[in-house]
Unconditional design. Structure first.
Length: 79
């Protein structure tokens, strides 16, 4: 008789261990950020706001210019 060369499939047995910690997931949204107590001084707060504005300003200006250009083209097209 010939022997079968097929590999036997291992049967999966759930042993109950977890790979990821799911304790912070409650389904209520952003519960994990409520535990962070960040206190900034007035100077630090102004510096953070200024840095955010400097970062987002090019995208904001680009959006305004594109919107204005689209309105100008629509105005010229509908005349």
């Amino acid at each position: 008789m010939k022997k079968s060369n097929k590999k036997q499939k291992k049967v999966y047995i759930d042993d109950g261990h977890t790979v990821y910690d799911m304790s912070g997931l409650t389904g209520k949204g952003d519960d994990t950020k409520s535990g962070r107590n960040i206190s900034l001084s007035r100077k630090e707060k102004h510096a953070a706001i200024r840095a955010a504005l400097i970062t987002y300003l090019p995208a904001l200006i680009t959006g305004i210019v594109c919107f204005g250009l689209a309105m100008l083209l629509m105005r010229l097209w509908l005349m």
